[in-house]
Design a protein around this ligand. Sequence first.
Ligand code: F6P
Length: 547
Amino acid sequence: MQKRKLSDLYSNWDQLVDNAASWEGRTLKQLFSEDANRSARYSVAAAGLELDFSKNHIDEQTLALLLDAAKQADLQGAIKRLFRGDHVNNTEDRPALHSALRYTGEASNEEEKCVEATLTKMAGLIESVHSGEWKGFKGDKITDVVNIGIGGSDLGPRMVTKALTPFHTGHVNVHFIANVDGAEIYDLTQKLNPATTLFLIASKSFSTLETLENSLSARKWMLDNDCGENQLCHHFVAISSKVDKAVEFGIDADNVYPLWDWVGGRYSLWSAIGMPIAFAVGMDNFNKLRAGANAMDTHFAEAPLEKNIPVLMGLIIFWYSNFLGTDTQAILPYACHLQLLPAYLQQLEMESNGKSVTKDGARVDYQTGSIVWGSEGTNGQHSFHQLLHQGTTMVPTDFIATLQAHHPIDHQHKYLFANCVAQSQALMSGRDLETTEAELRANGVSEEEIQKLAEHKVHPGNHPSNTILMDKLTPETLGALIAAYEQKVYTLGTLWNINSYDQWGVELGKLLGTHIANAIDTTDIPGDWDSSTQTLVRKFNEANKSL
Ligand code: F6P
């Protein structure tokens, strides 16, 4: 089969390639010394966020060429089609209407009305649990809420709940269980009181192995601890697009909150899947989170491409991945409350854009989704930043920083911010041999030592980064930040002509997992399996045969 080339899609391909070649020997440092206005020229603000993309290998011509490519990909049309509810998820023949989950004002269409009804019901539940009106099987107030879900039914709610720690109301403790590893639920339940625990079973499909197994274990734990079958309804709530399956599982129909097939799992934190967030921070803050995302959606829909934050974020990664040869991106939030953002964005970006066929099923000969990784600053500085500064790979990096903290320890916030800015500055400017030698000399180091050490201390620099700035991490700015990344993903999917909203690549592993579990149960290992798989299964059976 002939592979699809990006050069077939873009008539200015050769110019983009030439522009990429022109960066050989040019440095970011030079660009700043040539243009005192560079930072202002390459910064855009919207929805409480500011994107400073000036420390990138981009000049006016690069930007013009990239914007031209976006027009050739009909990005503006694609944005309209997304918000209008066209079936942009073509392989599943569905819209991707997560924007409807964060509508503001009056619900104006069928989807928004479904969302409104669900959020109203959810607000009632949150209020009743927070106030103590909702009682456990012994008549006690609920103290702990445990979300059981995985992937999109876990990472978003978990990340946001942590990110909004300063907004926690303290009414209940919120916990998350995802892994099929029984150790996770076992360890947690050791610390909980069944009489005061409420489980949320979050699963769009209500057929995910991990979630069902953990839910069965939670159910058993309740029953083993004196909760009657008929009292389970005080302790289990479900969120799913398969309401009938949740009811069949034993969840009271009244306790099932719907989700719809026009919401992708990894885009669902704004729906009832976000219930743990609302339990932690209250419904008002949950709605502010939705409003922040809505403000970013409006910006994405209305701002011109050259002033559009998600579009620029997407174009920058398109540029590095397809013209400057990078294959990973680092996410470095300088806010410990955003600790889980890199893991959340791994699913968002890699499950969405880790594809190798175009929307119409042709194989691609170009790079699509890149590897997303990172951790919170300053911790990363004392581990992997070494590679960013002196390694051989170029990694486009997003620094995320807040101007103000929620805590009163000002001097620590100053150091946090200073380190964030210093990292992007050091990556960009580096320190050449001459400067390194001069600094060593000024510090009284002998010439012999200088010859030995100088080369090791050189920082090549010229490493690109964005800085995303906000006044404070609030529900509104967090909502805007997440939506910016969601729409960046769609921008990239459009530029690569792939479907960002399906995830067929997760299927095979799930299927084989079931086959292998069956082989363990029946000790019947198919002889046509490869020898490695057969041996591994045999070893497991051997180790567990007396159990
Ligand atoms: O295995 C991948 C996946 O299907 C994700 O896309 C999804 O977010 C996750 O599993 C959980 O799915 P569900 O919400 O249906 O349990």
